[in-house]
Design a protein around this ligand. Structure first.
Ligand code: ATP
Length: 269
């Protein structure tokens, strides 16, 4: 079983003053529904934190709140020591949504140049080119730089989206289900890339997934269900605490535990 719970990122997080994300009583209302209910958690710096839970539990909503694009957010939500949505966070956070934001009729390099120009208005083309060459190498797409995005495979398109997010050398990367629909080899390659990014530049990655086996690849986990955090721990600690072989079994154990606690509360009324 993979174990990413020890090593340099842990050491780094202990020496840095503030967590990458700190939430207290975080609540989000969407339409008539309270989608996130009073969440308390932190995301440590320099590590990969997996945000896992079933479809519809509120992962994307939480990510949007952290990035600052979600309305009706109450409670405390600090990101890199500032209030979520603070204008100076714009270049310090990279965000990849579920739908790859790539223009099919542009080449990979043209896509990156377009987003680089938006990110820092008025920047010289030669400076943009340096950044573009760097992120192309980061995601291993240098040889596809002049291919039309529309002709790329699903995994390659995901890597173009990731390259866009890496343009500003972000301290915090928020990746919403980046491996969905990819084959096992591409998924493994992308996870290796995420670990490279965390290790080589000390970046913090918050990665959502509803595939529980991806949990084993994270340093820490936030397990969510129905708008609440069920657990905030390392994969090892979760397995040990619940006496489970896998994070999936630990998750199911916690779901049963929460349901039993709910029933006890009802009976006591
Ligand atoms: N615009 C909206 N108005 C009202 N409710 C919404 C809106 N968008 C999403 N929701 C609800 O908010 C809840 C959380 O949605 P969210 O997309 O955050 O979940 P998720 O865990 O990311 O799901 P998935 O894994 O399927 O992407 C869902 O129950 C959804 O129906």
């Amino acid at each position: 079983m993979m174990n990413y719970s020890s090593g340099p990122p842990e050491t780094e997080s202990r020496t840095l003053p503030t967590p990458a994300v700190r939430a207290e009583g975080l609540t989000v209302v969407r339409g008539p529904r309270t989608v996130l209910r009073g969440l308390d958690f932190t995301v440590p710096r320099g590590q990969i934190t997996g945000l896992l839970g079933p479809s519809g539990c509120g992962k994307s909503t939480l990510m949007r709140a952290i990035v600052g694009t979600q309305a009706k957010v109450t409670g405390t939500l600090d990101v890199l020591g500032l209030s979520a949505g603070h204008p100076t966070l714009r270049t310090r956070i990279g965000y990849v949504t579920q739908a790859p934001s790539v223009y099919d009729d542009l080449t990979v390099r043209q896509n990156l140049d377009y987003f680089a120009a938006i990110l820092t208005l008025g920047r010289a083309a030669s400076a943009r080119r340096t950044d573009i060459d760097r992120v192309l190498a980061d995601v291993d797409l240098t040889t596809h730089a002049d291919s039309l995005a529309g002709n790329l495979s699903g995994g390659q398109r995901s890597r173009v989206s990731l390259a866009v997010a890496l343009l500003g050398t972000p301290e915090l990367l928020i990746l919403d289900e980046p491996t969905v629909g990819l084959d096992p080899v591409l998924r493994r390659d992308l996870w290796n890339l995420f670990h490279d990014i965390a290790a080589s530049r000390g970046a913090t990655l918050l990665i959502s997934s509803h595939v529980m086996d991806e949990a084993e690849r994270c340093h820490r986990l936030l397990l969510m269900r129905e708008g609440e955090i069920l657990a905030d721990d390392t994969p090892d600690a979760l397995r040990t605490r619940t006496g489970s072989e896998t994070v999936e079994a630990a998750f199911l154990h916690l779901v049963d535990e929460a349901a039993a606690a709910g029933r006890r509360k009802e009976t006591a009324r």
